[in-house]
Design a protein around this ligand. Structure first.
Ligand code: GDP
Length: 515
C-alpha cells in the first residue's frame, strides 16, 4: 500500500540537485546560503520577505533549479542520515581563504565521504587582502584531495559570500556535478519524500517543511508522515506564498498534519484518509517498542557478531589520538587488517578530544570510536549514550589492533545468535514480600516464554539484562503468553521494574561463527 512502486524508465525526468553546505565555523556557510537565497530565489515580488522553512530552491539564468537545505553544518547533515534519510546529492564545503583547512573542515569532508556524496569546495572570503586560496588548495592536496586546477578531479571555486564574486560559477559547478549523477524522478505519481523540519504554529497548526523526492505533492493530498497523518490544507513556498503543488526536489511548507513529525521522517501520499490515520496511530503505538529496538548499541563485539553472521562487510572506525604520530601509526595498522571479505574503514581520523561530530558520524555509519590517549567531551559522552555509540579507549597501540583483529576473526563475537521473541510492556507492579517485584504486563508483539532471556528497556536504554523467574496468567504458571494478552512476570535478581518499562524477550541459538 505504501510500498514504493517502481517507476518506468520512460516516466523519469531530470530533477534538481539537493545541496547541503558544510564547513568550519565562521568560514561563511550562513553568509553563502543567505547570499544565494537573497539573489537567486525565483524572481518573486520585489522585497518579498523570505522565511526560514529549512530549504529553498533557486533558479539559474538558464532555468535550471538547485535546492538548498538551509540548516548548514555537518551535524544536521549526519543527524538526518542517522535517521535513514538520504537527501543530499552534492555537498558544498566552505573554506575561508584567509584561514586554513580546519578540524571541522576535515570533519565535514569525512561526513560527506562517508555518505558517498560528491564535494564541491567553495574557497571563500577571497575579497579579503590576506586571502590565500593557493595555500588552501595545497593543504587539500596534502590530504589527498586534489582540486581540478591541481590536476585532480574535485571541483573548487574561489568565492566571496560577501560580494557575490564567484557564486554563480560555484552553482554552475554544482550543476555539473549533478549532471554526472543523472538525477531523475517521476513527477506523475503520488509524492514521497522527507520531512526537513516541523513545528506548531499558533495560527496555522502544525507546519511541516517537506522535500519532495519523487512524484508531485498537491493541495488536498492525504499524507502519512512519520507518526502523523492529514489532508494537505495548504502548501507554501519559502516566501510564504501559496502554491498548488511541489514536484521532485522541491521544498514546501505543508499545513494539515495532525502532529509534528521528526526531521528525517519519510512521508508518503496515500489514497484513503482513514487508513492513513490508522497507520499513523499504529506507528505511535509501536514507537516506544521500536525505539527500544533501534537503540541496540553498536559495539566492537556487536560488529564482530554481525561480521561473523555476514550481516556486515565493513568495520567502520572513527579514530582520535593524542598526537599525529599515533594517528598515522594506528590508522595504517588498522587499515592493513582489511581482508578480502572484511574491509576496515577509517571514516575519520584526527588529533584531539572526541567530539560530538565524531560520535554523530559513528552513529550514522554503524562505526565505533577509538580514542587513543584521548577522552570524549562532556557533550560527546552524552550523545554517545543517547545514540548508543561505543567509545573504546586505548593507551597501547597493539591492544587496539588486537581487539579489532579479534572482532574480525569472530573471536570477540559471542557464539550465539539472538532472536527477539516478544516485546512486553509493564503496566503495573506489585511488591510481594519474599518474592520480589511482580510486573503486570501486556504482550505487545510475539510470544514470551517461560525461562527466556530478557532485557529491561527504559526510555530506549537497556537497564538490565537477565532471565525470567516466573510467568503467569492470573494465578497459573504458564509456558507462554502471546501478543494481546496480559501476563504477570518476575525477573531473576531484579526488582527494580517500573511501569512503562519494555521487556524485550529473546532466545539465543548457537551459531558457527569463526570466519
Ligand atoms: P558560518 O559560521 O560558517 O556560518 O560563517 P558566517 O557566514 O556566519 O560568517 C562568519 C563571518 O565571516 C561573518 O562575520 C561574515 O560576515 C564573514 N564572511 C563570510 N563570508 C565572507 C566573505 O566572503 N568575505 C568577507 N570579507 N567576510 C565574510
Amino acid at each position: 500500500l505504501i510500498e514504493d512502486e517502481e517507476d518506468d524508465e520512460a516516466d523519469l525526468v531530470k530533477r534538481p540537485p539537493i545541496v547541503t553546505v558544510m564547513g568550519h565555523v565562521d568560514h561563511g556557510k550562513t553568509s553563502l546560503l543567505d547570499y544565494i537565497r537573497k539573489t537567486n530565489v525565483i524572481a518573486g515580488e520585489a522585497g518579498g520577505i523570505t522565511q526560514h522553512i529549512g530549504a529553498y530552491s533557486v533558479e539559474m539564468p538558464d532555468g535550471q533549479h538547485i535546492t538548498f537545505l538551509d540548516t548548514p553544518g555537518h551535524e544536521a547533515f549526519t543527524a538526518m542520515r542517522a535517521r535513514g534519510a538520504k537527501i543530499t546529492d552534492v555537498a558544498i564545503i566552505v573554506i575561508a581563504a584567509d584561514d586554513n583547512v580546519m578540524p571541522q573542515t576535515k570533519e565535514a569532508i569525512a561526513h560527506a565521504q562517508a555518505a558517498g556524496v560528491p564535494i564541491v569546495f567553495a574557497i571563500n572570503k577571497i575579497d579579503k587582502p590576506n586571502a590565500n586560496p593557493d595555500k588552501i588548495k595545497e593543504q587539500l592536496a596534502n590530504m589527498n584531495l586534489l582540486v581540478e586546477d591541481w590536476g585532480g578531479k574535485i571541483q573548487s571555486q574561489e568565492i566571496s559570500a560577501k560580494t557575490g564574486q564567484g557564486v554563480n560559477e560555484l552553482l554552475e559547478k554544482v550543476l555539473l556535478e549533478a549532471e554526472l549523477l543523472d538525477l531523475k524522478a517521476n513527477p506523475n505519481r503520488r509524492a514521497t519524500g522527507t520531512v526537513i523540519e516541523a513545528s506548531l504554529d499558533k495560527g496555522r497548526g502544525y507546519v511541516s517543511t517537506v522535500l519532495v523526492q519523487n512524484g508531485t505533492l498537491k493541495v488536498g493530498d492525504i499524507v502519512l508522515a512519520g507518526q502523523y497523518a492529514g489532508k494537505v490544507r495548504a502548501l507554501l513556498d519559502e516566501r510564504g506564498k501559496n502554491i498548488k503543488s511541489a514536484g521532485p526536489s522541491m521544498p514546501a511548507a505543508m499545513l494539515g498534519l495532525d502532529g509534528a513529525p521528526a526531521a528525517g521522517d519519510k512521508f508518503v501520499v496515500m489514497t484513503d484518509e482513514k487508513e492513513a490515520k490508522q497507520l499513523a496511530s499504529k506507528r505511535q503505538q509501536l514507537q516506544r517498542e521500536l525505539s527500544a529496538r533501534a537503540h541496540r548499541k553498536i559495539t566492537l563485539e556487536e560488529i564482530g557478531r554481525r561480521l561473523a553472521l555476514g550481516d556486515f562487510k565493513e568495520l567502520n572506525i572513527i579514530l582520535k589520538c593524542d598526537v599525529d604520530g599515533s594517528v598515522e601509526a594506528l590508522s595504517d595498522a588498522l587499515s592493513k587488517l582489511s581482508t578480502e571479505k572484511i574491509q576496515v574503514r577509517i571514516l575519520h581520523k584526527g588529533v584531539g578530544q572526541i567530539t560530538e561530530s565524531d560520535v554523530l558520524l559513528a552513529a550514522a555509519s554503524d562505526a565505533i570510536v577509538i580514542g587513543f590517549n584521548v577522552r570524549p567531551s562532556a557533550n560527546a559522552r552524552k550523545i554517545a549514550e543517547r545514540d548508543q555509540v561505543e567509545i573504546r579507549h586505548y593507551s597501547i597501540i597493539y591492544d587496539a589492533i588486537d581487539d579489532v583483529k579479534a572482532a574480525m576473526e569472530g573471536m570477540l563475537a559471542p557464539e550465539t545468535k539472538e532472536t527477539i521473541i516478544a516485546n512486553v510492556e509493564v503496566r503495573e507492579t506489585f511488591k510481594i514480600s519474599k518474592v520480589g517485584t511482580i510486573a503486570g504486563c501486556m504482550v505487545l508483539d510475539g510470544t514470551i516464554k517461560r525461562g527466556c532471556k530478557v532485557r529491561v528497556i527504559r526510555d530506549g536504554v537497556v537497564v538490565y539484562t537477565g532471565e525470567l523467574a516466573s510467568l503467569k496468567r492470573f494465578k497459573d504458571d504458564v509456558k507462554e503468553v502471546s501478543k494481546g494478552y496480559e501476563c504477570g512476570l518476575s525477573i531473576k535478581n531484579f526488582n527494580d521494574i517500573k511501569v512503562g518499562d519494555i521487556i524485550e524477550a529473546y532466545e539465543e541459538t548457537l551459531v558457527k561463527q569463526k570466519i
